[in-house]
Structures are given as C-alpha cells and as structure tokens.
Design a protein around this ligand. Structure first.
Ligand code: UD1
Length: 346
C-alpha cells in the first residue's frame, strides 16, 4: 500500500481527498495545524471509510517539526499539498501573513522532498492565476495575469517555485487549478466549515437559508452576462478530490508529459450567481432571502474551464451536477444545524 502525505488534511478539499485516496487503496497521513480547520474532519473521514488516518498537528512553517514527520515516515510515496490560507479579502488586509504562511510551508516541504527523495508532488492551485481572462473557456495555456490579491500571488509564486524545482530534477509535479469547489460528501460526514462570515457563494447561500445569516447579497446584476450576474464554474468537491487520486496514479505510472504538468479542474459549464441561487431554491424548497448589491471589487465577470486535459490525460469524469452540488451542500448545512441544536439541548 502506497503512503500519501496530505497537508491540510483536515480542511475542506483535503478531507474529501483523503476519503477518495483511502477508498482507492492508499494509506494516508496528514499534516494540519488546525489553524483554519478542525480535527472534527478526521472523525468524519474515519466514519465514512472505516479507516484510520493519523494527523500530525504540525505547523509547516516549522522546518524541524515538518522534517520529523518525514523521519518518522520514510516510506512516503507522494505528497498532496493543500495547506494554505485562502481568504482573498483577508490576504489584502494581511499580505505578509499570506506570503509567510503559504510560501514558507511550501519551501519547507520542498526541502523535505529533496532530503527524503519524495518522487511525486501534487499542488493545489487555482483558476485565480488566470485573473480576468481574455477568452473563455480557459485552457492551461491561457495567459497568467497579474494576481488580483496576495492570495492569488501566493498561488502564482507556488506554481513558479514548483516549475523551477522540477526543472532542476526535484520531483515530478502536477499543478491542479481548481475552479469553484462546492458541495459536500454525500454522507454529510464532512463538508466545508467556513471561518466567520462566509465569503464564498454556496456557504453564503446555505447559511442564509438556515437562518445563520439574515440575508445574502448578490454582488452585481449589471454585468454583461445572460442575467447580469457573474459566471463561474462550480465543481463538486468529491469530483475535485478524485482528480487528486488520478493525479497521483498518473505520476506513479509515469504518464506525465513534463516534470510539471498542469490541469484545470472545472466542469466546463458556466453558471451565473442567479442560476446557482435558483438551483438551490429548487433543491431545498427554501425561498432565499437575497438582495442585489454593488459589484464586489476584484470579481471577474465570467470564467469557466476547458477541462479536456484532465478528462483525456488523467481519465477524469465528472460525477456530480449542479443539483447534486446544492443538494449535498444543503444536507451538510442541515447536519451542522442538527449538531448545534443537540449541543445546545445537552
Ligand atoms: C474566490 C476567489 C478565488 C479563490 C476562491 C477560493 C475572488 C475574486 N476570487 O473565487 O481567487 O480561489 O474564492 O474559494 O475573491 N457572490 C455573491 N454573494 C456572496 C458571495 C459570492 O454574489 O455572498 C458571487 C461572487 O461575486 C462571484 C460568485 O458569487 O461572482 C462566486 O464567488 P466566490 O464563491 O467567492 O468565488 P470566486 O470569487 O470565484
């Protein structure tokens, strides 16, 4: 059984990826300092899979502690690196925090990749690297634009660091550029746990519908799109998760074309904010309390993926549609509410 190290394994995409890896016969260890996540996810993973996962409560910025995990696990066959801060607005107000956290953690990991000769590495990147695209859908060859935020800059720098590292024979790497991951595991045992007021659309929808937020805002209905709201490529988190297992298998089977292959992970379907809300209302039966508000600074009008490379080269298939995304996101929100209610009553 191959052992994969997942960093950020308690986080949203990390936890779903661990489930997928375990279900495909991998052994998994995780490093997560729980600064933006909770070990609650590990219990959910174990509940779904019936398998154990060890999480090392280690801050990847601490080189000695990171190195110690590799010394204890000399059989790591690959790394999937999720651990990073990802709130765009926060990165604008605390840029140094973002550069420090997202880049030092990657640097320390790559030092360990060198020292322990880890062959394969998968990096969480984002469609944010394309900025506001000149043409859609975007392919992996679409131009990289100047980052709109320090968060986006850390993803671009991470990609560049890995390009340089692999050029120099460091290891074989895949950069996965996520579009908009949403939804939750169908069991509702794991899902997204936003910190504070959610900035992303789907948690804002579900938290409004459940009554945690009084009202939500649609940021702009005067864009040049079919209904005036922005277009994104929402992709179910379990589909994203499975692409990581495929990425590891692709590297293991030495199918990579270069030392640093890149894949877009989106459905290829553009959905407007108002269409997403409509889909949620149909699935949940809840009339959402929303208002049209001003445009959000930094938002791109429309972006969606050309995912041909992931489909043809990784053998990726998309299992979940927009209805499934909304259904599972809503089931997860209902589950969290039931848990909170039962904690209050005890
Ligand atoms: C954002 C980041 C992206 C990052 C991703 C991480 C920006 C510009 N982009 O993507 O770099 O990788 O989060 O998760 O911040 N919306 C509303 N009301 C809300 C929330 C969102 O109308 O309460 C709209 C937004 O204006 C946007 C769409 O919903 O049109 C999706 O927003 P969001 O979920 O925040 O994702 P992105 O902005 O695409």
């Amino acid at each position: 059984m191959q052992k994969i190290l997942v960093t950020g394994g308690c986080g949203y995409i990390g936890s779903h990826t661990i489930v997928d890896l375990l279900n495909h016969g991998y052994e998994v260890i995780s490093i997560d300092d729980n600064s933006r996540s909770s070990s609650f996810s590990i219990a959910g993973i174990e509940q779904i899979t019936g398998k154990k996962v060890k999480n090392y409560l280690v801050d990847l910025k601490n080189f000695d502690e990171t190195q110690a995990v590799f010394q204890e696990n000399t059989d790591i066959a690959g790394i999937i690196h999720f651990a990073a801060y990802k709130a765009v607005g926060e990165s604008v107000s605390a840029p140094v925090l973002y550069y420090e956290n997202n880049l030092f953690s990657l640097i320390n990991l790559l030092k360990c990749v060198e020292e322990f000769s880890i062959p394969n590495f998968v990096f969480s990147s984002s469609c944010t690297v394309y900025g506001s695209p000149d043409a859609i859908p975007v392919t992996e060859l679409s131009p990289i634009k100047k980052a709109e935020s320090p968060y986006g800059a850390t993803k671009q720098m991470g990609e560049e660091m890995l390009q340089d590292f692999t050029k120099n024979g460091g290891c074989n790497t895949i950069l996965l550029r996520y579009f908009n991951p949403v939804g939750a595991h169908p069991s509702a045992a794991i899902g997204e746990l936003p910190i504070g007021r959610p900035q992303n659309l789907v948690p804002a929808i579900t938290q409004t519908a459940i009554g945690k937020l009084p009202k939500m805002k649609v940021f702009g209905n005067d864009y040049d799109t079919r209904d005036g709201s922005c277009i994104r490529d929402y992709i179910h988190v379990c589909d994203i998760a499975h692409a990581h297992t495929l990425a590891i298998q692709y590297l293991e089977q030495e199918k990579n074309k270069t030392a640093c292959d890149i894949f877009n992970l989106g459905t290829g379907i553009g959905v407007t904010v108002l269409e997403a809300i409509q889909s949620f209302q149909e699935v949940s039966g809840v009339a959402l309390n929303y208002e049209i508000a001003a445009r959000r600074p930094g938002d791109v009008v429309a972006i969606f993926a050309n995912n041909d490379a992931a489909v043809t080269q990784l053998g990726w298939t998309i299992e979940y549609n927009l209805t499934d995304m909304m259904k599972t996101a809503w089931a997860w929100e209902l589950k969290l509410k039931a848990q909170e209610d039962s904690a209050k009553n005890n």
